[in-house]
Design a protein around this ligand. Structure first.
Ligand SMILES: CC(C)(COP(=O)(O)OP(=O)(O)OC[C@H]1O[C@@H](n2cnc3c(N)ncnc32)[C@H](O)[C@@H]1OP(=O)(O)O)[C@@H](O)C(=O)NCCC(=O)NCCS
Length: 146
């Protein structure tokens, strides 16, 4: 059975490997290290047979949480793993009395946009040429937690 737990420093090497497989614009080891060490973050992993199959990185702000990254290994996609991670993050955010989750997603990342829409995230606007990697616009989305 899959379990969800907080990401710890020992996960660093495994996450660096997954990040390269999941994202074309993968974060550097240093950025991942800082994210894991950041106390103002909620970082969660889904574990299957002692391996990480998905993770989410987010930052805590005064009255909202911002999702930085959510990724699932290819072989486990469309199995509701991503959905479970998002719901766990939303539960933790709610317990921390944060009532909003925000995120940015590349305008051409149709699967991720669909994924967020399915979870009731709404479009707030567009940030032009936000992604330096390929000049893509970012779609700004958010969800109120009630
Ligand atoms: C986006 C991502 C995290 C979704 O994770 P997942 O575990 O496959 O998603 P789920 O199985 O929980 O999907 C839930 C719903 O989202 C939507 N969805 C997910 N993937 C989709 C796809 N490829 N195409 C269309 N809709 C999709 C569907 O409505 C799906 O429900 P359904 O399967 O009943 O139709 C995953 O595709 C991924 O890791 N992508 C690469 C990294 C990325 O782009 N991350 C987001 C930007 S940081």
């Amino acid at each position: 059975m899959d379990t969800i737990r907080k990401i710890v420093f020992n996960d660093l090497i495994e996450i660096i490997g997954l990040e390269k497989k999941i994202f074309d614009d993968s974060w550097s080891s240093k950025i991942i290290q800082n994210q894991i060490k950041n106390l103002e973050a909620i970082n969660l992993a889904v574990i299957q047979d002692s391996r990480i199959i998905a993770y989410i990185f987010s930052r805590i702000y005064v009255d909202f949480i911002e999702i930085e990254r959510v990724g699932v290994i290819k072989s486990e996609r469309r199995n509701k793993v991503g959905e479970k991670l998002m719901k766990e993050l939303e539960n933790i955010a709610y317990l921390k009395k944060k009532r909003k989750i925000t995120l940015e997603v590349a305008e051409n990342n149709f699967s991720a946009i669909n994924f967020y829409k399915k979870l009731f995230y709404k479009k707030d606007g567009i940030r032009k040429k936000y992604y330096k990697f390929d000049n893509q616009n970012a779609l700004l989305m958010s969800k109120e937690l009630n």
